[in-house]
Design a protein around this ligand. Sequence first.
Ligand code: GLU
Length: 494
Amino acid sequence: MNKEVRVRFAPSPTGYLHIGGARTAIYNWLFAQKTGGKLILRIEDTDLERSTEESISGIMESLKWLGVVWDEGPYFQSHFIKEHQIAAQKLLDSGHAYKCFCTKEELEHKREKARKNKTSFKYDGACRNLTFEDIAKKVKAQIPYTIRLKVPLKQGSVVFKDIVYGAIERKYEDIEDFVIVRSNGRPLYILSNAVDDTRDRISHVIRGQDGLINTPKQILIYKALDSPVPEFAHMPLTLDSKKAKISKRKHGESVAVHFYKDHGFFPWAFVNFMVLLGWSTSDSRQIFSREELIEAFSLEGINRSNSIFNIRKDDPKFFTDPKAISINEHYLRNLPLEKIEPYIKEELKKTKIWNPAFEGEKHNWFLDTVDLIRSRYHVFTDFGTLGRAYFSEDYPVDPKPLKKNILKHEELKVWFPILADRMEAIEVFTIEETEKVIRNMAEEFGIKAGILINGTRTAVTGQAAGPGIFDILIAIGKNRAADRLRRAVKYFAA
Ligand code: GLU
């Protein structure tokens, strides 16, 4: 590739960053990284009624969380309206555009007629050939006008090669002379977007498939302005499991990037997941480090078929696409502890069970405990919920195992305090020693070790499942475990 690569992510700030937009941003970023090019962030905020400050900061925050770093910007489209108007004037001056004085009513009338004749409406170019005098007269009379681009009348078509969808052709005769400036003087998005891409020297427009409909018209604009035409790569859509388009309205927060931040995803795991929505390598590899992904990524590898974001809500564990969870689990389990530590700290702070000693004298204990429990967890929030018993005395007790593992066995009322005493008597509190104590006690009292073990697990963690009981006891520590066993007797009284 010999020309300088400059790509842009150009969100309209009318809501949060959703996974479709985020994926487009990531593909742009990857392409820039891969080619040594530049990524520009352009906020397309010309829809003044719908654009909000909150959305702008939310989008930027989500991009930062994902690690999508832009090289230039943010540029704001609204700052360049004058420039878009100048471009329209240039098109008028060069004869590539004309003023259209047709009123809304006239157009509606023609549209209605087409509907009746069951033909598709296309503006008939009524104002295309007005004389200079006609135009001057109408302007003097202050008749409002729009500006329309002249689409060639000759036979032919706009042809371009989309990097993803291949050759695309749109006949001139199927494109009407479209409006580029409204009658209130505001440029249309289709013009602003092309003018901005020219000014920002964008080499590749990588955007959602919904942009494809605009591309032939935009190519006509570039050509009329004598501007270089960028290359185009349109991304397939992301659909839900029922094949409906993912949308903010329909899917709410569960398609927002910040939802995944709030739900304790490791950002790179989420990037890894999103990249695979519509892109793959021939060996269907699933896990990529940043470097590996940059190395493997290509626009040509983007699939043409729509991708499925399989939001499942039937199981609380799968509050989102199970693949997103399984990729997150992979990172959670395999990353060096120091990489995940800050996220867990954040989570424990949020749930008010963070203790500064976890960074001080209990640091090694903290890391060992995280290492012990992480293989059972899916997201960082699990550390502040399922993991509470390890980090705090304020932990919930799940009523089901409480009943099954403790209350069903009245004898535990007597055994728990004895076990507590025996544990406290252990000098060096190791896995081997605790195991010996429990097994000896089971034998001595003629009880099933399983009853003692399951009861102990629920007494010290409040849960039914977890790591091996002896590991749990070491993590909880001798005194805390003994206290919890003694306190568990009170469950029988309740
Ligand atoms: N602002 C447009 C959107 O959010 C982007 C179009 C483009 O990338 O050209 O859909």
